[in-house]
Design a protein around this ligand. Structure first.
Ligand code: AMP
Ligand code: ZN
Length: 467
């Protein structure tokens, strides 16, 4: 079966073939570490996790780079508002980002470069663009001349002839209608306060777009296989990355561009600036299971907008429980009858359907539909006791294979223990502050998760209530 992706560059489905043997090199734009990620951001990160895991499932070796944007307009503004140094400010949110990844069972990428560790490389890159006459200096800043790069606009479908030339934009984010020469290097101004690097381009800091061009080529080479992010990055971020990189190397920058659609709230993109967002930690605090959130995020195809509602999250939680229940059932029972061909055929055809759906541009909802058909059939056969040990093991093996990508079915004892421990610590904190109402609320939450509290000489412990 052939794996196909919808390539934003060219806007069509294409068969995936890595540039080098069996090795996939991919760059995924990471978080701007200026706040806690919201679940819209996580929609994109979970999509990229599915992409990574499915490539591995198909037998490829994957090298993934995800950058951390730790200097840009937003991080500088945030650190100034909180009156703490930029590196301390971004360290706090980088830590929060990694905590979220773990809760959402997102596998670690091979590299997480920080932009501030690559300033020298950015300066070298920009100097070469000036030498090649793709970039010029104006009032101490360096701009990329978009009229010099003849393919400017090829990713986002922008028609360069229609643009006003000579205009310049210094901010990192702007609309397609405002496409202009963009900043590679920003001369220091008083608003940046103590954030600057003294380099042979002068005193200043890099623009956001150059950061990704430099970190990706440095770690993956001048041309690599996949570049991914949310659709909001198509313009200007990815368009500008192509211009910078291809102007410098004269080679194709990236073969496949994959973009995930937004998580929306009442028709609008979930975003910090609109204030219509939930962070993962807020939802966990409200008692929602992070795995149910992961499930919700993969229940729609990555190229379809997904509307976030609490009703939707409730339904996702119920569906997830059905999957987890059948997995647990298969783990805990024993087959007693003869081998059942019907069961075995259903098991193999489910894996086949799963792979067909995922091969077709990672169609997760179709893959989940096949899985739910199987859950219904498997439960029927298990109820009737018509299965052998071999049938059961095969079924479990197939579910594990599927879950090596979805990562939602297997309930990890360690994760539960950790969650309960965290809640107990929070309850102890509330008790120490004599906040009895909060302490009681947390006790109820622990109980709802199937645990009661016991006082032991070693402190309060959670004990599982037998069902
Ligand atoms: P940022 O931290 O703003 O740089 O964004 C990190 C990633 O989240 C980028 O790939 C964005 O495209 C993506 N993103 C931001 N908002 C949403 C949203 N509402 N739905 C899906 N992805 C998003
Ligand atoms: Zn980027």
């Amino acid at each position: 079966m052939a794996l196909t992706f919808f390539n934003t560059l060219g806007r069509k489905l294409e068969e995936f073939k890595p540039l080098q043997d069996n090795h996939v090199r991919m760059y995924t734009c990471g978080p701007t570490v200026y706040d806690y990620p919201h679940i819209g951001n996580h929609r994109t990160f979970v999509f990229e996790d599915i992409l990574r895991k499915y490539l591995k499932f198909k037998g490829y070796k994957v090298t993934q780079v995800m950058n951390l944007t730790d200097v840009d307009d937003k991080t500088i503004t945030g650190s100034q508002k909180d009156a703490i140094p930029l590196n301390e400010y971004t360290a706090k949110y980088s830590k929060a980002f990694f905590e979220d990844l773990e809760k959402l069972r997102i596998e670690r990428a091979e590299f997480y470069p920080k932009a501030t560790d690559f300033i020298d490389d950015m300066v070298t890159f920009i100097k070469k663009l000036i030498e090649k006459h793709y970039a010029y200096t104006s009032e101490g800043s360096v701009y990329f001349d978009i009229t010099k790069f003849k393919n400017y606009g090829k990713l986002s479908g922008l028609i360069i002839e229609q643009l006003k030339s000579g205009a310049r934009v210094k901010v990192d984010e702007y609309k397609k209608e405002d496409a202009q020469d963009f900043a590679l290097w920003k001369a220091w101004d008083s608003a940046d306060k103590d954030v600057f690097w003294q380099t042979n381009l002068g005193k200043g800091r890099p623009g956001w777009h150059i950061e990704c061009s430099v970190m990706s080529t440095k770690l993956l080479g001048e041309t690599f296989d996949i570049h991914a992010g949310g659709v909001d990055l198509i313009f200007p971020h990815h368009e500008n990355e192509i211009a910078q990189s291809e102007a410098l190397t004269g080679k194709k920058f990236v073969k496949y561009w994959l973009h995930s659609e937004h998580l929306i709230v009442e028709g609008q993109k979930m975003s910090k600036s609109l204030g219509n967002f939930y962070t993962l930690r807020q939802l966990i605090e409200m008692g929602h299971d992070p795995i149910a959130i992961r499930y919700l995020l993969i229940s729609a195809h990555y190229r379809a907008p997904l509307n976030f509602t609490f009703e939707g999250l409730k339904q996702a939680t119920a569906s997830l429980k059905r999957l987890q229940a059948v997995y647990e059932r298969l783990e805990s029972i024993k087959g007693t009858s003869n081998d059942n061909k019907e069961f075995q055929d259903l098991t193999s055809s489910t894996l086949k359907k799963f792979e067909e759906a995922m091969d077709a541009d990672l169609n997760t909802p179709l893959a989940l539909a096949a899985l739910f058909d199987y859950v219904r059939d498997a439960n029927r056969l298990l109820d009737a006791g018509k299965f052998s040990e071999k049938d059961r093991k095969k079924a479990l093996e197939v579910l594990q294979k599927i879950d090596s990508i979805f990562s939602v079915m297997q309930v990890s004892k360690d994760e539960i223990d950790k969650e309960i421990e965290e809640l107990i610590a929070k309850r102890n904190e509330a008790r120490a502050k004599k906040d009895w109402a909060l302490a009681d609320k947390i006790r109820t939450k622990i109980y709802q998760k199937g645990f009661i509290l016991e006082d032991t000489p070693a402190g309060t412990k959670g004990k599982k209530v037998s069902s």
